[in-house]
Design a binder for this molecule. Structure first.
Ligand SMILES: [Zn+2]
Ligand SMILES: [Zn+2]
Length: 130
């Protein structure tokens, strides 16, 4: 049974938030004030948006280590790649694909040229048929 769900009366469309960031604890708030949460029975987060933000802020303040680890992961060491454009080896961030911006640009230009050529050929063929 969904205890929090109210479908009639003056509190219809409202939901209680156990937080107290910008309101009294367990105040009834419009459901629009809650974020979406698919795995919850009512499809909404337990806390309203502002309490959710506040909880996140507090959690981060209490877990500075997590923040540091997250940042460390983002500053992942460079790895060796094979360039998707020219095939040469280079070192760079794990998400890199091309050795240089210029190489990426060149490869894209080349691809676009071939695609355009293919399109034009097809169109020309179709026209000459008529
Ligand atoms: Zn709240
Ligand atoms: Zn390259």
């Amino acid at each position: 049974m969904k205890a929090e769900e109210i479908t009639f009366g003056p509190l219809a469309g409202k939901k209680r938030c156990p937080g107290d960031s910008t309101h009294q604890p367990f105040a009834y708030l419009p459901v629009e004030d809650f974020g979406r949460h698919r795995s919850k029975p009512d499809g909404l987060t337990t806390l309203c948006r502002s309490c959710h933000r506040e909880a996140n802020r507090r959690w981060r303040a209490e877990h500075p280590q997590h923040e540091a680890e997250y940042n460390a992961a983002r500053r992942a060491p460079d790895v060796t790649h094979t360039c998707a454009g020219c095939g040469s080896e280079f070192r760079g961030r794990p998400n890199r694909i091309y050795c240089t911006k210029a190489c990426k640009h060149r490869t894209h230009e080349r691809r676009r040229y071939h695609e355009r050529k293919g399109e034009t050929d097809g169109r020309t063929g179709a026209t000459s048929d008529r």
